[in-house]
Design a protein around this ligand. Sequence first.
Ligand code: FMN
Length: 180
Amino acid sequence: MKIVAFGGSNSSNSINKKLATYITTFFKEHSIEILDLNDYEMPLFSVDKIAKNGLPQLALDFANKVDESDFIIMSLAENNGAYTVAFKNIFDWISVIQDRKAFWGNKPTFVIATSPGPRGGSSVLNLAKTTLPYYGANVIDTFSLPSFYENFKDEIGIVNLEFETDLKSKIEKIKADFLK
Ligand SMILES: Cc1cc2nc3c(=O)[nH]c(=O)nc-3n(C[C@H](O)[C@H](O)[C@H](O)COP(=O)(O)O)c2cc1C
């Protein structure tokens, strides 16, 4: 099985990329590719730019990564209660690729969010959970890690037993149901 994981952020020190990367360590028996949204930086989405220049190759490249995967792990950063511009720009670009109705490939998708605050990106997580299925993401579960800097240490991972236990039980279920 091929797993594609990314943090929904273009921050070079993204806590969401760190969390997504950590979560991939529980899937070592599978092939894993971790994407960096900085590698898919495109002009700000605009219908005028499509009319003038067509689609950026990077939009097709990102869509290919989605299509080649069997399972997606995305950890979304929250900016003002919603997606970051970096994530939304890629989302909008892949959504206009012709003949590609399921923008997220109908792949089983584990949607995660973390933030430094106590709400753990719950607004963006809720946004993703309720709306991504309309755009071809098969959201199979969600996980939020609040207060990232208290609950996660770079050398260890999640250090709060309650959250670690919750995450591990979700991962076990995902493996049993989708990654046999
Ligand atoms: C413009 C901006 C808006 C933000 N809005 C929110 C927010 O609505 N909710 C939240 O929990 N954190 C918010 N934050 C803090 C982010 O959660 C924090 O920067 C986090 O590190 C982003 O994740 P990342 O490190 O993966 O990019 C915001 C940060 C910025 C710069």
